[in-house]
Design a protein. Sequence first.
Length: 481
Amino acid sequence: MRRVLVLFGISAFAAGCVGGGSPDAPGGTSPGGTEAIDPDADVFAGLPRGADSLKALCARNHGDLVARGLCASPAPAVGSLSDLQHAVGLFAGNQPPQFALTGHSSSLVSRSVSAINPRAIIFTAPSQGPTTQQNDGSFVGDPGFVAMGFVRGEQFVELVAHDPQVDELHFYLVRFTQACNGAGCTNGDLLTPAIEKDWHDLTVYEDTDIKNTIFDCQHCHQPDGPSSRKLLRMQERRAPWTHWLRNNLNEPGGVSLLADFQKMHGTDEDYAGIPGNLIATPRSDPLVLEALVDNNSLSPQPNEFVGARIENEVDHSAPSQPSVNDPVGASATWDQIHQRAVAGLAIPVPYHDVKVTDASKVASMTTAYRQAISSGSHASLPDIRDVFLDQGLSDLGFQPEPGLDGAGILVEMCQRCHNGTLDQSISRARFDVTNLSTLSRGAKDNAIARLRAGGAKLMPPARFGSLSAQEIDAAVAELMK
Ligand code: HEC
Ligand code: HEC
């Protein structure tokens, strides 16, 4: 049964309140400053940063709320996540935010996300509930809408905003540094409330600026290439929204994810700018995000995760699911969508089970986090992102499917970014996995070098996956042919 969608009547055009009290204007230099240690400096080398990046963006005169907010005069002071949310029109009119938290992500930040470190999506409320009508992606029911993605551990925020002047989606990556960047940030600096404030060196890129970097948005949000319409993503668009936290007994999975979250964060820790006391309320709702997707973007989604059927099959295969995920579940429906990702035809699909975590790792991280918060010292916090279930790593898409040969490994781990459909005018198009047999010796040698490279040159990029020594050898042998 569908529940009625509660609408909150936030106008996307209501003036955003301007965050106050923070020391830095966007891009202002500060203790972190431009000399700060930037772990991704190589990726963004050659692109403007700080105030220069803002100047470049504002010269484009975009009409969406992100550009209008950040380019407003006087410039908004953005020194925290909350300041940024206000500047781009979220929380408009001092409404509580519309949001949903997910305990697993198949996005740019997939390796940071679990129930104890969820990804928050915060968005302007859609004007109507989910529909069963198809949307070919050209229908925008909420002109001017905005959505933000944030997860702790990453010094950036992802945004999408609809520009009603040109009827286009604009994706933005907003980067920031913290004071700790000078000396190197600890897990405590990055994975506690500390990351949500005291920002410096705000830098903004549009998707078009970073399309030839490993932070590219387009291979997932515009997979059919430059002439197609950009899309919102929500692979688990329909109930039971398998990996999304939801305090409703109709979705026992969502309840068990929320329980894991609250064991670590309690009920009063604000998270991603969201007041802690709202996280277990109906204000936290993937159903409303589903409505945003239905109203404004491609629906159904490409290679959609059919959650109801998959959860049913998983529960039958392993009766202690969803709250206990070891032994792992099995689902023939999931196998089908997963095979499309293995074949390089779709981005990685969400995991079949509700939980992606190893219960014993979660328990020890929870103890460590509680100790850090209660003692007020987070200097020795371990990396609380490091909780994935080892048996799940290939089904999560972080490692190739076992048993693939060299060509199969290249297809699964490279083709989503290296194919003939995406923008062919940039250098990554020179390595086209769909044309492996006709690639030049030089192109293949480049690929061999990148499989063995370090740092920002390593392929696949570490934030998406990794290969074992044997898998590299198999891929190299294929590229030697
Ligand atoms: C590997 C694929 C991938 C890449 C790369 C990617 N995204 Fe996404 N994005 C997703 C998926 C999948 C979701 C749905 C939620 C989830 O799984 O975390 C999503 C959700 C979002 C959302 C929330 C609104 C929505 O569409 O549901 C925003 C905002 C967003 N992404 C912005 C960006 C920006 C900006 C970039 C580039 C800097 C980017 N994304 C790169 C896959 C991707
Ligand atoms: C998430 C997207 C993504 C995935 C997955 C990915 N790449 Fe890349 N690759 C890029 C981007 C972006 C560039 C361009 C920037 C650069 O050179 O670092 C690139 C560049 C390259 C280049 C240099 C092309 C040239 O001629 O300049 C090679 C070779 C390459 N990748 C090989 C691979 C291989 C092999 C894999 C799989 C094992 C892989 N890539 C997986 C995004 C990706």
